[in-house]
Ligand binder design. Structure first.
Ligand code: ZN
Length: 131
């Protein structure tokens, strides 16, 4: 898959993860420190590093994070693991760990379809939540 398509997936996956977490008006709580901010100002934080392509777009691997946790604290991973364990359980975390070293299981056609789907979902969320 080419870099341009990965970039598109990143953009729309990041938006869909953040927008889903938003409440009315577009605010959400950071998954790891609980600070509340506009989702437009926040990041899509990965539990397992984005370098692992096969889990980069996996919903279990991503949560909304403030920029401080995601960028300055490089994901605040010890806290992320505690919160993610509460959220999805150890078994699903182990499944993620197993998936991470495999090649990205996504064709270009599937990737383009995902971009379309996420874009439409983002539009609908913004209308619904009014931001
Ligand atoms: Zn935070």
């Amino acid at each position: 898959m080419d870099a341009k398509l990965i970039k598109k997936l990143d953009l729309w996956f990041s938006r869909v993860v953040r927008y889903r977490a938003a409440g009315k008006g577009g605010f959400a709580q950071c998954f790891t420190c609980s600070v509340i901010d506009s989702v437009v100002q926040m990041d899509n934080g990965h539990y397992l590093d984005r370098a692992f392509l096969n889990t980069r777009f996996h919903e279990d691997n991503c949560r909304v994070q403030c920029r401080k946790c995601n960028r300055l604290m490089t994901g605040n991973i010890p806290r992320y693991k505690i919160m993610l364990t509460k959220d999805i359980g150890e078994e699903r975390i182990s499944e993620l760990e197993e998936l991470k070293d495999k090649p990205l299981a996504l064709t270009s056609k599937e990737a383009n379809d995902l971009v379309k789907k996420w874009r439409a979902e983002c539009r609908s969320i913004r209308l619904d939540k009014d931001f």
